[in-house]
Design a binder for this molecule. Structure first.
Ligand code: SF4
Length: 196
């Protein structure tokens, strides 16, 4: 392109001015048609929880929709790892990442069931009935099978007919209380999901 000295400085001046304005953030922005981006989590409620699958116990954030009215059930629409959780720092393995399907599965067990001796059917019972039933059976079994002394006359205070498996996703406090309850009953068969 042929240009004289005057034309050269004119073109260079315009280019330099445009660059300086852009650097100062004063350049005109491109004009786009008006658009609003909808974030799917904007109006959700956040609830922290723990992945129920394995002994790692990764922290989760569950996002649910619903206005929290008494007759409105919250619907969980998204689950992701909790970045503030010390175990997983926001990460989830493929099982944890698929928890939304687990929660909404029609096969998910949501309430206690009992299969009584001799029956081949599971029957739904209330949580109160389940707790009463567990307490009754544990008490009856302990009364019948508690061993206070061994054959040498030494105090052993043990119960060998019941076992207990504790959950690894529990807090330290829950683990402490669980241990106290189990050992006070005299149970020796006691383990934790973290070892499974
Ligand atoms: S996200 Fe994966 S590793 Fe973490 S607790 Fe769940 S199943 Fe275990």
């Amino acid at each position: 392109m042929d240009m004289n000295r005057r034309q050269f400085f004119k073109v260079a001046g315009i280019g330099l001015g445009g660059s300086s304005l852009a650097a100062l953030g004063m350049a005109p922005t491109p004009a786009f048609a008006e658009q609003v981006r909808h974030f799917k989590l904007t109006h959700t409620k956040e609830t922290r929880n723990t992945c129920p699958y394995c002994s790692v116990g990764c922290g989760l954030i569950m996002y649910s929709m619903g206005d929290e009215g008494k007759n409105v059930a919250q619907n969980i629409i998204h689950i992701e790892g909790d970045a503030d959780h010390p175990v997983n720092r926001g990460t989830l393995c493929p099982k944890g990442a698929g928890l939304l399907d687990f929660i909404h599965s029609p096969n998910r067990l949501k309430y206690p069931e009992v299969r009584k001796p001799g029956s081949n059917e599971w029957t739904r019972i209330s949580w109160d009935d389940a707790m009463d039933r567990i307490a009754r059976l544990v008490k009856d079994d302990r009364d019948a099978n508690f061993i206070a002394e061994n054959e040498k006359g030494e105090t052993v205070n043990r119960l060998l007919t019941i076992g207990f498996l504790a959950a690894s996703a529990s807090s330290n406090e829950t683990g402490y209380i669980t241990h106290k309850v189990v050992r006070n009953l005299g149970l020796l068969g006691f383990d934790n999901q973290a070892r499974v």
